[in-house]
Design a protein around this ligand. Sequence first.
Ligand code: 5AD
Ligand code: SF4
Length: 434
Amino acid sequence: MKKVYIETYGCQMNVNDTEVVFSILGKAGYGRTEDMSEADVIMANTCSIRDNAEQRIRGRIDQFAGQKKARPGVIVGILGCMAERLKDALLESGKVDLVAGPDAYRSLPALIEAAGDGHPQINVELSREETYGDISPVRLDMNGVSAFISIMRGCNNVCSYCVVPYTRGAERSRDCHSIVREACDCIAKGYREVTLLGQNVDSYMYEGVNFAKLLAMVAELSPSLRVRFSTSHPKDISDELIHTMARYGNVCRHIHLPVQSGNDRILEKMRRRYNREWYLERVAKIRSVMPDCGITTDAIVGFCSETEEEFRDTLSIFSEVGYDSAFMFNYSERPGTLASRNYPDDIPQEVKTRRLEELIALQNRLSLESNRRDIGKEFQVLVEGPSKKNAAELCGRTGSNKMCVWPDITHHAGDYVRVKVLDCTQATLICKLV
Ligand code: 5AD
Ligand code: SF4
């Protein structure tokens, strides 16, 4: 049996895509290995979101090429967003035998077969229909507690900085029945948590079923199945969704709501199609319905022409919302996007870096404050496994997605436990069992 090794970069959606790829290859008779040196096929499922992500992967491709030299016959493949963005340019380097975009994974067995004869293969066709809805992903998480379920693919928003609509194509929603079937299958296999994934879950729509209805369908399958989702778009998150979350105790109280910037001119230039006031109103709505809901975000600093004052608006919206945590990035120009065509990438690197440091320092304080507010409170936590630092402690997340650790030698991954928060760091709630 030929063995396949895949390294996955980028978002949760990519992790789930790798699971789909293993399922497709498994049916075609390929085995899986976690040891690159024994693999017949070595692949990277790649990310193009920022230049530094691509640079890191390029370094890995060079190492894969080293394997190929040492063991002639090994096939090196590039999947995912970089495959879609760079297409045949990846083959021209001579380091790669196979290039497959995000909608081309069903053709992988044929591509691998053909590439075996020393003929480089490429399929980067994007589809309007492909959702891999009928494929049961081979779950890769080791503890068997939490599974990703993709509910849609692609993106139609075309934010001016973002490469995703070009690498993942047009938005399409997966058949809601196949999503429910997959969630049932996860329950039957002992999973305790599913995360419904899409670039913009709020625009999910399949034969009259919108995202709020889909969420209710999945939440109703079992009260002991936790349901999470990601990512919401501030322009589309509806009152119906917020009320649906509130109605189900097993839908986790956590919304990842990327703000990107706190300044109206920059938001307009990013083509986000909401303004600061609208965003703050959505946050107020979430908090009025679910006061205990965790809210996290993404932000970009140093976008084209961003002034110091405009950057201050991002700092101030962070303080105003008081995020529980955030992912923060320097703007990275992506070839082909609206921003790269229309606006110069004119904020000097050192200014971007200084702004990013300032924003991260602020968020670190906000995360600590948010965690301090939880001291003395009790939470239901889903056990993920031993804590990284101490084998006599377990770790797991609250519904609001905060990491907890507590001394415990009786429970196991997949158990629900109640803990009380005694202390905290900026990243972790330090708890005891109750
Ligand atoms: N430069 C920097 N960050 C970006 N993101 C998306 N595109 C870019 C870019 N060109 C960030 C956004 C998004 C997250 C997944 O990555 O904040 O929400
Ligand atoms: Fe990276 Fe975006 Fe592609 Fe995910 S969709 S792999 S974050 S470029």
